[in-house]
Design a protein around this ligand. Structure first.
Ligand SMILES: Cc1ncc(COP(=O)(O)O)c(C=O)c1O
Length: 346
């Protein structure tokens, strides 16, 4: 099936920019498993510098970045505390349990994407031979299933403080952490300063074709590099891909503000339509989750009817649907999408 003309299903549908294609064609490459791809090395140095961490590792995807992070922080039987709506819990096949023997412990994800400090603290195990060892806390910024809500530096630091006070570590799934930084008008470093590791994606709003980056201490990245290899993620002349990632970091961050403005516009349009519930004021970045309450249409029915009219959205369970703005979606596309959705709702 052809992609819809106005594709709001995900920001993973972004296509590489002309500058990325040029950089890819011209990239200096070598064997990255031997540490000899100059472009990968440049990407990793740039990512580490941007995040204010010692070192970084280029990985194939956000899922692989989270998995190598969890495998590097936790051993078999260790417990990782995460939100019950976290991508690591809902959408990653339970990979850390399946492949790493890591026990996930969920606490309720709040509608703003945060985990309550009291819930986290209550989930931390005492030293008892009956219990797994609590090792790690995972946060997600921005939060996919919470309509792209961002976490603040103050909140993140308070979770890090709690983690460290109890001898735990903090990992941030920052697939869209640059969206969080741009929306709050701050340096991304502030959002990860006290975290022990962060994964961020080059291939979502930043529009690179492939790849994510894990950042942390040099010693952590040494272990993450080993974990990546055992997962089959050791890529050879990966500089071809890293070249696009460098352009993504240098040229595609500031424009995320446009995606956020478009998401707000979309939510405002949707909020006027009968049978749709969404609070435009609650849209902080580029993800709009809205609810359908319609006499005849189900969320999948709406998704399919819109697809036939050239608009892509995703039904994500229950009454909820998701639309995501991104590079390649302009203001006119948003206006037209609202127009089509209005027509389909009748
Ligand atoms: C919050 C979050 N984390 C991780 C991922 C995984 O990224 P990937 O699709 O590159 O594996 C996604 C993908 O949508 C995501 O939204």
């Amino acid at each position: 099936m052809n992609p819809p003309r106005i594709d709001l299903r995900s920001d993973t549908f972004t296509l590489p920019t002309p500058a990325m294609r040029n950089a890819m064609a011209a990239a200096d490459v070598g064997d990255d498993v031997f540490g000899e791809d100059p472009t990968v090395n440049r990407l990793e140095a740039l990512a580490a510098e941007r995040m204010g961490k010692e070192a970084a590792l280029f990985v194939t995807s956000g899922t692989q970045g989270n998995l190598v992070s969890l495998l590097s922080h936790c051993g078999r039987g260790d417990e990782a505390i995460m939100g019950d709506q976290a991508h690591t819990f809902v959408y990653e096949q339970g990979g850390s349990a399946a492949l790493g023997g890591i026990h996930p412990r969920t606490v309720a994800t709040q509608p703003d994407g945060a985990l309550r400090l009291a819930d986290i603290e209550a989930a931390i195990r005492s030293d008892n031979p009956h219990f797994p060892v609590s090792r790690l806390i995972c946060l997600e910024n921005t939060h996919n299933r919470c309509s792209g809500a961002f976490l603040t530096p103050a909140y993140t630091s308070s979770v890090a403080e709690l983690a460290h006070r109890h001898g735990l570590l903090l990992h941030i799934d920052g697939a869209r952490i640059f969206n969080a930084a741009v929306a709050q008008n701050l340096d991304v470093k502030e959002l990860v300063r006290d975290a022990d590791s962060v994964t961020f994606c080059l291939s979502k709003g930043l529009s690179a074709p492939v790849g994510s980056v894990v950042c942390g201490s040099g010693e952590f990245i040494y272990r993450a590099r080993r974990a990546r290899k055992v997962l089959g993620g050791g890529m050879r002349q990966a500089g071809i891909l890293a070249a696009a990632g460098i352009v993504a970091m240098n040229e595609m961050v500031e424009r995320l503000a446009d995606d956020h403005a478009h998401a707000r516009l979309l939510a405002e349009g949707l909020s006027q339509l009968p049978g749709i519930r969404v609070d435009p004021e609650g849209i902080q970045t580029n993800i709009v989750i809205f609810e359908l309450d319609h006499p005849t249409l189900t969320p999948t029915g709406l998704q399919d009817a819109l697809r036939q009219r050239g608009v892509g959205v995703l039904a994500i369970g229950g009454p909820r649907l998701r639309a995501v703005t991104r590079y390649g979606i302009e203001r006119g596309d948003v206006e037209e999408a609202v127009h089509v959705i209005r027509a389909v709702l009748g």
